[in-house]
Design a protein around this ligand. Structure first.
Ligand code: PGA
Length: 250
């Protein structure tokens, strides 16, 4: 049985008070569930989120990380710093990081390796743009993104990898991939992991879908055999909506 995961990516939202209040609300409303629940607040609120959630079944994770240990990288945060405040998981490769901060597949490979070296689990995001899909190149693009950053990793590294397929055209647009499109891509991804590592690894890696997942469409998307959960942006900022998505597996 693969781990079911629902992770909320808060992006650049929620100040100190907002973070505290939303976490309090989530903790109060979260029912007993076997789904692994994560939220990613901004860096300034991350340590307090880790502390507030200590011993509770919601994990506070980071939205990004630098690939060096320390040094002259103004504004950046290292894997060691994340570990030092109790962070165990980081989101890497989000399409907004790729688009607005020019993160490349080569850079992401370095980040992934650094995170794993520091025992930090990675939620690795990737996905094609609309023009790629229109040109029928979505599989090629995804294959390239995964090959560069992940497919040379040793087999045991996969224990700390969670994949998040996020078609760029579906992020924050209100448009979702159909459950069939998600399943088709997730099956392709799993096959790629099997070829790059092993069937066993491919069978156990969780592949999340992201892009306008809402309470109204989560159940249908999550019902597909290769969809193991979701990475949620907009709908993770309202406790009721996020909890409704978390419980869509139950
Ligand atoms: P969205 O964002 O749910 O608002 O589309 C998803 C994401 O960026 O991870």
């Amino acid at each position: 049985m693969r781990t079911k995961i629902v992770a909320g990516n808060w992006k650049m939202n929620m100040d100190k008070e907002g973070t505290r209040a939303l976490l309090t609300d989530l903790v109060a409303k979260l029912p007993q569930t076997s789904t692994l629940v994560m939220v990613a607040p901004t860096f300034v609120n991350l340590e307090s989120a880790v502390n507030q959630l200590s011993g509770l079944p919601i994990e506070a994770v980071a939205q990004n990380m630098h690939f060096e240990d320390s040094g002259a990288y103004t504004g950046e945060i290292s894997a060691g710093m994340l570990r030092s405040v109790g962070v165990q998981t980081v989101i890497l490769g989000h399409s907004e990081r790729r688009a607005y901060f020019h993160e490349t597949d080569e850079l992401l490979e370095k980040k992934v390796r650094k995170a794993l070296e520091n025992d930090i689990r990675v939620i690795f995001c990737f996905g094609e743009e609309l023009a790629d899909r229109k040109a029928g190149k979505q599989f090629e693009v995804v294959q390239r993104q995964l090959s560069k950053a992940l497919f040379n990793l040793p087999e045991n590294a996969w224990e700390d990898i969670i994949l998040a397929y996020e078609p760029v055209w579906a992020i924050g647009t209100g448009e979702t991939a159909s459950p069939e499109q998600a399943q088709e891509m997730h099956a392709f991804i799993r096959k790629g992991v099997a070829e790059a590592s092993s069937e066993k690894t491919a069978d156990s890696v969780s592949i999340l879908y992201g892009g306008s997942v809402k309470p109204g469409n989560a159940r249908e998307i999550f019902s597909k055999p290769d969809v193991d959960g979701g990475l949620i942006g907009g709908a993770s900022l309202k406790a009721e909506d996020f909890i409704a998505i978390v419980t869509a597996f139950d």
